[in-house]
Design a protein around this ligand. Structure first.
Ligand SMILES: Nc1nc2c(ncn2[C@@H]2O[C@H](COP(=O)(O)OP(=O)(O)O)[C@@H](O)[C@H]2O)c(=O)[nH]1
Ligand SMILES: [Mg+2]
Length: 629
């Protein structure tokens, strides 16, 4: 569990942490000299029940709010510190706004330095504090009166912290690792160490993690939690990681240590933004602002998707266009500060970390974001699936930043509800599958209309109406499903619509009989197709489809592109071959030609045809009986 401090500069935050833990978190020389916190401070805190919590002490000075923001991201509960002699001050309010925008939900109010205030004054400050925090997550929390100097109230505060700690939910340890880096330093003989609060997941020594920037993988050589070496650390802990081969220059506060493959820096985020009611002026479209997410910061221009300008106190969907890429995840909270004056003016929640470039005022865009805002992870999966037209579990788990097992459960549920289908190893939205099915059936109908004499459409040809990735197993699964619904038939490599049979017209029937007669009459000296059409008064294409039909109906057999034989003639040739090979070990071209009393040309074409049917196998100049004869 991580506890953070908040409050105006000099209100006694650092002193309070010292009173609670014995540790001075002002570690910089500069901090000691000037007596103020500049950067984040860290201390372990032993709870009365024996558990160790981490404390992040933040600077209160308005000039160092960016450091405060880097520290406050991963905290579970906050100590909101107010100086008894000064009462509520500007950064008390600004920190409170930030905590609200980041949706920190738990905390204690601490009025400190009570050794410096008399009872009457103190009562007034308590009233002021209650008023200032009304309507926030701290409304109604008990106000603790303490002195770090005299230790008055410190024991009670510890007790209250311990009780509140009981209610903090553990972070998700099985999710992919994500640790935003808040500190980088090198130890001589050790190399580079990064520290941060683990937001999600678990890290183990020996594992490989990805650090972005620089966007490369490193082995975890060692892990420390609260100064002790450990073999693993997980969500809700502060950890220091020693990464093998990492150069200090490559990594910065704002870098993210993550499970490899899950997180990609992005220049664009879709979000819901709230402008604080205390913002000095409305936010106009594409105004640049300081943007803070996790421990990272950037400059963002905000495209207002649903309104001309955003009035103080109002919310809007926005697309954040960042001046440098950040790592973000759906559900992340962020803060924005205006350029001048540099004050916190709002914040919001990331809805999509890899959106397309949007235009303003598009109904489809806004409706999609409304759906995403509902926070239903399945809706998000379905949107992603529709956008990329299906994906295998591994890819989807990376896109969703969810552990594969967890995602598989979600998908199983969705498939029971009929929202998702599995095609081979591709998950697709059911609606998407249906649109592909319709595309195939339409293509089949078109084919049958154009080629009414052909028994079916080759599978590979129907595949062309689908996205390229729907191939192999996924394609077969799609067809199989259509077959199960009784919407098409599959025979070998051919697809046909349900109930389709090739049906020649009466005129075609007449021509078919004529062609059949010609082949029947001429036996082993069949006409060449190309010579037929003119005499029969047929166009080449129609003639060819009539031939195809005769092959389909088994009246003719196609030997090569220009040699077709009448069915009976063909069977006679096959029988001759069989008879010979029953009595002899092999046959050669000359023998077969003599047996059939035909020309070399036909004998050779037939033998090659029989080879391809696996009736015969060629050994030098001879052929022997093979598998199917
Ligand atoms: N008398 C008294 N002085 C305090 C107390 N807590 C802090 N101070 C003093 O107030 C000043 C600011 O405290 P510090 O913890 O640095 O404030 P921060 O900026 O909120 O971290 C320092 O000089 C402290 O010694 C307290 O409980 N009683
Ligand atoms: Mg301080």
């Amino acid at each position: 569990m991580i506890i953070g401090t908040a409050g105006h500069v000099d209100h006694g935050k650092t002193e309070l942490i010292k009173a609670l833990t014995g540790i001075d978190t002002d570690r910089l020389k500069e901090e000691k000299k000037r007596g103020i916190s500049i950067d984040l401070g860290f201390a372990p805190f032993l709870l009365p029940d024996g558990r160790l919590a981490g404390i992040v002490d933040v600077p209160g000075h308005e000039r160092f709010i960016h450091n405060m923001l880097a520290g406050v991201g991963g905290i579970d509960l906050v100590l909101m510190v107010v100086d008894a002699t000064e009462g509520v001050m500007p950064q008390t309010r600004e920190h409170l706004d930030i905590l609200e925008l980041l949706q920190i939900r738990k905390g204690l109010i601490v009025i400190t330095k009570i050794d410096l205030a008399d009872a009457e004054w103190l009562e007034m400050v308590v009233e002021e504090v209650k008023e200032a925090f009304a309507g926030t997550f701290l409304a109604g929390s008990p106000v603790h009166l303490v002195s770090a100097r005299t230790k008055q109230g410190i024991a009670e505060l510890k007790e209250a912290l311990a009780q509140l700690a009981e209610t903090v939910l553990a972070g998700d340890k099985s999710a992919p690792l994500r640790l935003p880096v808040d500190r980088v330093f090198s130890l001589s003989g050790f190399g580079t160490v990064v520290t941060g609060t683990i937001l999600k997941g678990t890290v183990k020594t020996g594992e490989t993690v990805e650090v972005t920037p620089p966007g490369r993988s490193f082995r975890v050589r060692g892990i420390q939690v609260h100064g002790e070496g450990v073999v693993e650390a997980s969500a809700g802990q502060r950890a220091a990681l020693n990464l093998a081969g990492l150069e200090k220059e490559g990594v910065v506060r704002g870098s993210v240590v993550a499970a490899p493959g899950y997180f990609h820096p992005t220049h664009r985020l879709d979000a819901k933004l709230k402008l604080l009611s205390t913002a000095p002026r409305p936010l106009t479209n594409m105004t640049p602002v300081h943007f803070y997410l996790g421990t990272a910061r950037a400059v963002a221009s905000l495209l207002l998707l649903g309104c001309e300008e955003l009035l103080p106190g109002r919310e809007s969907f926005v697309q954040c266009r960042l001046d440098k890429p950040l790592i973000a995840q759906r559900g992340d909270r962020f803060i924005i500060r205006s350029y001048s004056p540099v004050v916190t003016i709002g914040g919001g929640v990331v809805l999509d970390e890899r959106p397309l470039r949007h235009k303003r005022f598009r109904r489809g865009v806004l409706e999609r974001l409304q759906d995403l805002e509902k926070g239903d992870p399945l809706l998000f999966v379905l949107q992603k699936l529709a956008a990329i037209q299906g994906a295998p579990l591994s890819k989807l788990s990376q896109m969703m930043k969810m552990a594969p097992q967890q995602l598989a459960n979600l998908l199983q549920q969705a498939s029971r509800e009929g929202k998702v289908a599995l095609l081979g190893d591709l998950y697709v939205a059911t609606a998407q599958r249906e649109s592909w099915e319709i595309a195939i059936l339409k293509e089949l109908e078109r084919f049958h209309r154009e080629k009414p004499l052909l028994p079916g459409m080759p599978k590979v040809q129907a595949n062309r109406v689908l996205p390229r990735k729907i191939a192999g197993q996924a394609y077969d699964a799609l067809l199989e499903n259509l077959k199960e619904q009784g919407l098409l038939t599959i025979s070998g490599e051919l697809l046909a619509s349900r109930d389709f049979t090739p049906r020649p017209t009466a005129a075609q029937e007449k021509k078919l009989v004529e062609i059949e007669e010609l082949f029947k009459k001429n036996g082993l000296t069949p006409p060449a197709p190309k010579d037929l059409w003119a005499s029969l008064g047929l166009k080449k294409e129609e003639g060819e489809s009539l031939l195809d039909y005769l092959v389909y109906s088994r009246t003719l057999v196609k030997i090569t592109a220009d040699i077709y034989l009448y069915g009976e003639t063909y069977h006679h040739c096959l029988q001759v071959l069989k008879n010979h090979l029953q009595k002899n070990r092999s046959i050669n071209l000359g023998q077969y030609r003599d047996l059939l009393q035909t020309s070399r040309k036909y004998a050779q074409a037939l033998l090659e045809h029989f080879d391809s049917c696996k009736y015969t196998r060629r050994l030098g100049d001879e052929r022997v009986a093979w598998k199917l004869l």
